[in-house]
Design a binder for this molecule. Structure first.
Ligand code: 5GP
Length: 224
């Protein structure tokens, strides 16, 4: 899953912190407080919202999840990059508030696995009716439909390859933003890729997943 990906990436790329989110969801299995998540009460979380302590937060499957501003501040102060594993709503907020953030849309190994997860989640909640499953699919359709807002699309199928690709992204982005500090202000590198090329590559990766959740081929953009 994504946590293995993050772990492997951090073992090959140095100076990369992982942001431990705050959540109101209950710990699962052997999850230790402060390692995967900071598990907090609803009340504590709402206090953080009221105190404007969160860089972003969202409600996912009925629970709050959020990133503390202090987490980003600490990494920045130490000259390190910070990796966030957050949902689409959170990513939207981060893009708005942290313009230099690089966003990567991570797709599950196959469209079938995506669909199975969506239907199994409903089953685990004891809701097998078609309406619930259709709602999950509609949510997924909407999420995946937003892939163009992300700079990269990555398929998390073969772990070593996904790690390599992520590592390449980190290296390239560090290269492009090297020297982005006050002393270099005003000096700009050419960083824009051809949007048509970028779109066709990303669209090809996303297409089977969109089809799995019910986006007809005809409604796809004309690229690729
Ligand atoms: P899980 O409960 O399975 O660990 O995570 C459920 C979802 O919440 C995942 O999509 C995960 O990326 C997202 N998530 C985890 N932490 C955060 C966070 O701090 N902010 C937001 N917006 N989403 C999060």
């Amino acid at each position: 899953g994504k946590s293995t990906l993050v772990q492997e990436l951090r073992s090959v790329e140095r100076n990369l912190d992982f942001s431990i989110s705050y959540t109101t969801r209950a710990p699962r299995g052997s999850a230790e407080n402060g390692r995967e998540y900071h598990f907090v009460s609803h009340e504590q979380f709402e206090k953080m919202i009221a105190g404007d302590e969160l860089l972003e937060y969202a409600e996912v499957f009925g629970n709050y999840y959020g990133t503390a501003r202090s987490t980003l501040r600490d990494s920045f102060a130490n000259g390190r990059d910070l990796l966030l594993d957050i949902d689409v709503q959170g990513a939207e907020q981060v893009r708005r508030r942290v313009p230099e953030a690089i966003s990567i849309f991570i797709l599950p190994p196959t469209p079938e696995i995506l669909k199975m997860r969506l239907t199994n989640r409903s089953r685990a909640e004891g809701k097998v009716d078609d309406a619930v499953i259709e709602r999950r699919l509609a949510e997924a359709r909407q999420e995946i439909g937003n892939y163009r807002k992300y700079k990269y699309v990555l398929v998390n199928d073969v772990l070593p390859r996904a790690v390599d690709e992520l590592s390449a992204i980190v290296k390239a982005e560090r290269y492009l933003h090297e020297g982005d500090d006050l002393s270099r202000k005003g000096v700009q590198k050419e960083t824009d890729v051809d949007p048509a090329w970028h779109e066709s590559l990303a669209a090809a990766r996303v297409r089977p997943y969109r089809e799995a959740v019910g986006v007809p081929f005809s409604s796809q953009p004309a690229h690729g």
